[in-house]
Ligand binder design. Structure first.
Ligand SMILES: [Zn+2]
Length: 75
């Protein structure tokens, strides 16, 4: 399958489009305490919730079952 050349937009599958992911935060106290769960910026999409890729990467993602939320205008 050949895709039209251009930028394809996908929802980031790492954070589900949220732009943030749950991360384990080490305890503030060096002497102990418990690690807590917090929210951090998603590294995959830099907090955007969206990924822009070229047609080659888009073809790969589509092959893995993802659907682009935006495609280059055809024709
Ligand atoms: Zn993300």
């Amino acid at each position: 399958m050949t895709l039209v050349e251009g930028e394809y937009e996908f929802t980031c599958d790492e954070c589900d489009g949220d732009g943030s992911v749950q991360v384990i935060q080490p305890p503030d106290d060096e002497d102990g305490g418990e690690a807590t769960l917090g929210w951090g910026r998603c590294d995959d999409c830099f907090g955007d919730g969206r990924l822009l890729v070229n047609e080659v990467e888009a073809a790969e993602k589509i092959r893995w079952g993802q659907t682009p939320t935006r495609t280059p205008a055809a024709g």
